[in-house]
Design a protein around this ligand. Structure first.
Ligand SMILES: Nc1ncnc2c1ncn2[C@@H]1O[C@H](COP(=O)(O)OP(=O)(O)O)[C@@H](O)[C@H]1O
Ligand SMILES: [Mg+2]
Length: 357
């Protein structure tokens, strides 16, 4: 069966085009027949694979506006054996006006894709940075949606907009699509990267790809300039997208440990103002306290708060400079901080965690 995947997020610059192009290339490299559809009037996907855009006689615009009389074959461009693109140009930005008032205008692309059903294993659709008619066409033509999220709050908010659009399409058109969130441009050195990733994992759980796309200079240079994929085949960016392709194919992600690394960084005790923020992730706990030299090992004096109602427990404790020993008490059971590798043995107490200020 031909799988139809749209890449969408209303935020610009979150990695939609890079994701669509890289996935098309990776899936193609893994012996699949792939059609990439560019639904963004900016035509970045088109330019990155088919630099000679001026020579294009027909684009996806012709198929949308005049879908029944224009053959798909006259529009699609061959990029490689079993790899084609339906290119876009600026004229696509007028599609919304051209189709205004016409029946079934959100289902135009779906009808085009239905016509090539069976010719490909995957159709990957890139979409523009807004949730308008073109994005609705992309969502309605797809059964699977990938929502890339770069480390920014706007991008995170964009997820909500796409999910609303997917719900709307289900209610109005009776069309069902599954979505999955993909963290992009991840840089473990920045706190915003770790916080956004951690939020995505908690909020979306299994609807989040396990693979994380790391920030990578080769990806930045390769897309948008028609640089052939062979130039970045050995890069980390390509390695990450290959891991996403594996997940799409139902295999284990080939990338390892980034999520764990990020979560540990994010949850480890860290300085905030005049104190230290302690965190513990525990969904099914009832009461979590912290005991240490700072409160005479009195587990009744400082409890953590479930700050997001989903099991992220935190508390800021004012601490003087120096070394402090502590441990969590989870439902009455003492334990070391699982996200802090520093521990020591205390007489009469056993293993405890250590924080240095
Ligand atoms: N993982 C990455 N690391 C570094 N730069 C990236 C990465 N992914 C995308 N970029 C760059 O960020 C910019 C925006 O990405 P793009 O895929 O065009 O986003 P969108 O299609 O959502 O607007 C581009 O310059 C692209 O090359
Ligand atoms: Mg784009």
């Amino acid at each position: 069966m031909m799988r139809r995947i749209a890449v969408a997020n209303q935020k610009g610059g979150c990695g939609k085009t890079t994701t669509a192009v890289s996935l098309a290339l990776c899936l193609h490299e893994m012996s699949n027949r792939v059609l990439l559809v560019d639904m963004d009037p900016q035509g970045s996907s088109t330019q990155s694979l088919h630099p000679d855009t001026d020579s294009l006689e027909h684009t996806v615009y012709d198929l949308l506006v005049d879908s029944d009389s224009v053959p798909v074959d006259s529009v699609k461009q061959k990029i490689g054996e079993n790899l084609d693109i339906l290119p876009a140009g600026v004229v696509l930005s007028t599609a919304e006006q051209m189709l205004a008032g016409r029946d079934g205008r959100e289902a135009r692309l779906k009808r085009v894709i239905d016509r090539v059903s069976g010719d490909y294993d995957f159709v990957i659709i890139d979409s523009p940075p807004n949730v308008g008619l073109l994005t609705f066409n992309a969502l309605l033509a797809a059964n699977e949606i990938i929502i890339p999220v770069d480390p920014s709050l706007f991008s995170l908010q964009g997820v909500g907009r796409v999910v609303e659009a997917i719900d709307l399409i289900r209610n109005v058109n009776g069309h069902h699509a599954e979505y999955r969130v993909l963290a992009t441009m991840y840089d473990s050195r920045t706190r915003i990267s770790r916080e956004i990733l951690s939020t995505l994992k908690r909020r979306f759980g299994d609807s989040c790809f396990r693979t994380v796309i790391r920030s990578n200079i080769t990806l930045k240079e390769a897309t948008g300039f028609g640089v052939p994929i062979t130039c970045y085949r050995g890069s980390r960016g390509f390695y990450d997208y290959r891991s996403v392709a594996n997940e799409i194919l139902g295999n284990e992600p080939t990338q390892k440990d980034i999520e764990v690394e990020a979560a540990i960084d994010f949850l480890a005790p860290r300085r905030i103002g005049g104190g230290v923020l302690f965190s513990y992730l525990g969904n099914d706990a009832e009461v979590i306290a912290i005991e240490g030299d700072f409160n005479s090992w009195d587990r009744s004096s400082d409890v953590l708060l479930d700050v997001d109602g989903r099991g992220l427990w935190q508390r800021v404790i004012p601490l003087r400079r120096g070394t402090h020993n502590y441990r969590f008490v989870v439902d009455g059971k003492p334990m070391v901080d699982p996200n802090n590798p520093e521990t020591t043995e205390l007489p009469g107490k056993g293993q405890v965690s250590v924080v240095n200020l």
